[in-house]
Design a protein around this ligand. Structure first.
Ligand code: CP3
Length: 348
C-alpha cells in the first residue's frame, strides 16, 4: 500500500474527525495472553525478552493483525520500559505483575534518576516499529505509546501496582516540590521516548493514564494535568494524532480534554454519548466497551456493541475500542465477532 492509502485509513481518518465508510476498531492489549500464539511464544521467552527483541516484538504485534479484522496495530512493548534506563530497575515476576526494585520515595531518589536517551537506551522499541512497518506493508496504521506521567510515576513511587496510591498521593501532598522534580524528569523522558517512536515510524501515539482515576478533580488539575499537557504539547509538532486515554475519569473528562490530545479515550463507566457531549462533539473520541463483556455470550456482546454505536449515532470521529485492556480469558472468537459487528453496523 502507498503512503496516501495509509493516511486514508479509517483509523487515521477517525482520529482527524473525518467521515469513514465503517467505524474503525482496535483493542487495547490486543496482543497478549488470551491468544494461543502469544502463550506459545511466552513458553520460550520472558515478557521483557519479547519486548527487547525486535523480531519477537514484531511477531507479537502482528498476531492480532493477522487473526482479527482490526483497523490499527499497536507496537508490542510496555509503559514501564523507560524505568530500567531511568535507574529504578524493572521485573515481571510471574503472577505478581510488575515490580520496581528501587522505588522512588524521596528527594534523593528523584535526584538519582538518570536522564534517558531513548534512541540509545530504548532503541529496541524503535527497531521493532521499523520492522513492523515493513511487515505490515500499509495494511493498517501502527500506534506507538507510553504511560502518562501520573501512571508511570505511580509505579516508580509505589514500587509496583497499588490499590490506594497512598505513597504517590503523599508525595503530591507532603512534598509537592519533590513531586514536581519527579514529574519534570518523567516528562522529559516521555517526550524523548515518544518522539523516537514517531521517528521510527509510529503513525499515532497513545498516552496511557490507566490509574489516574484515583485522584480528585482538584488534584488532577493541580498535580497531573500540567504534566500530561506538557507531554502532549511536546510531541504535537510530530504531526501524528495523539490519543489521551484514561480510566475512572468520567466525572472529569472536561479536565482530561484540557490536557490535550486529538482523541479522548475513556472507560465504560459512562454512556458514550454523555462522555462525547462533555468533551464536545467536534472532539474525536475512542471507546468504550467494558472488557468483561467480551467474555459474555454473543447476544449480550451484540446488544452492548450496538448500544455504543447507536450512541455514537454515525457522527464522524469515533474509534471503537474497549474502556481498558482485554482480559486473559477472553475468547478470540468473541473479539473477532466484535470487529465484524462494528464494521457491519450502519446508523439509521
Ligand atoms: O496493547 C497491546 O497489545 C500492546 C502491548 C501493551 C502491553 N502493555 C503488553 C503487556 C501495552 C499497550 C501495555 C500498556 C501497559 N502496561 C499499561 C497501560 C494499559 C493498561 O492495561 O492499563 C500498564 C498499566 C502496563 C503495566 C503492566 N505491564 C501491567 C500492569 C502488566 C500486567 C502484569 C500481569 O501479570 O498481568 C504488564 C505486563 C504486560 N504488558 C503483559 C502484556 C502482554 C503480560 C505479560 C505476560 O505475558 O505475562
Amino acid at each position: 500500500m502507498t503512503m496516501t492509502e495509509d493516511t486514508n485509513s479509517r483509523f487515521l481518518k477517525a482520529c482527524r474527525g473525518e467521515p469513514v465508510d465503517a467505524t474503525p476498531v482496535w483493542f487495547m492489549r490486543q496482543a497478549g495472553r488470551y491468544m494461543k500464539a502469544y502463550r506459545d511464544l511466552k513458553e520460550k521467552h520472558t515478557f521483557l525478552e519479547m519486548c527487547k527483541t525486535p523480531e519477537l516484538a514484531t511477531q507479537v504485534t502482528m498476531q492480532p493483525v493477522n487473526a482479527l479484522n482490526i483497523d490499527a496495530a499497536i507496537i508490542f512493548a510496555d509503559i514501564l520500559l523507560p524505568l530500567e534506563p531511568m535507574g529504578t530497575g524493572l521485573e515481571f515476576s510471574a503472577g505478581d505483575g510488575p515490580v520496581v526494585p528501587r522505588p522512588v520515595k524521596d528527594a534523593k531518589a528523584v535526584e538519582k534518576l538518570r536522564p534517558v536517551n531513548a534512541e540509545e537506551q530504548l532503541g529496541f522499541v524503535g527497531d521493532a516499529i521499523r520492522m513492523v512497518r515493513k511487515e505490515i506493508n500499509g495494511k493498517v496504521p501502527l500506534i506507538g505509546f507510553a504511560g502518562a506521567p501520573f501512571t508511570l510515576s505511580s509505579y516508580m513511587v509505589e514500587g509496583g501496582k497499588s490499590k490506594d496510591f497512598t505513597a504517590t498521593k503523599m508525595m503530591m501532598f507532603e512534598a509537592p516540590e519533590i513531586w514536581k522534580q519527579l514529574m519534570d524528569k518523567v516528562c522529559a523522558t516521555l517526550i524523548d521516548y515518544l518522539r523516537m517512536q514517531v521517528n521510527a515510524g509510529a503513525q499515532a501515539l497513545q498516552i496511557f493514564d490507566s490509574w489516574v482515576g484515583c485522584v480528585s478533580p482538584f488534584d488532577y488539575e493541580h498535580y497531573v494535568l500540567p504534566y500530561t499537557k506538557r507531554v502532549i504539547d511536546g510531541v504535537k509538532d510530530t504531526g501524528v494524532p495523539i490519543i489521551n486515554f484514561s480510566t475512572g475519569t468520567s466525572t472529569m473528562l472536561n479536565l482530561v480534554a484540557k490536557a490535550g490530545g486529538d482523541v479522548i479515550s475513556f472507560d465504560w463507566r459512562i454512556h458514550l454519548d454523555d462522555a462525547w457531549k462533555q468533551v464536545g462533539f467536534d472532539q474525536p473520541i475512542q471507546g468504550n466497551l467494558d472488557p468483561s463483556i467480551l467474555m459474555a455470550p454473543l447476544p449480550v456482546i451484540k446488544e452492548r456493541v450496538h448500544d455504543i454505536l447507536k450512541r455514537a449515532a454515525g457522527r464522524p470521529g469515533h474509534i471503537f475500542n474497549l474502556g481498558h485492556g482485554i482480559f486473559q480469558h477472553t475468547p478470540v472468537d468473541h473479539v473477532k465477532a466484535v470487529c465484524d459487528m462494528v464494521h457491519e453496523y450502519r446508523h439509521e
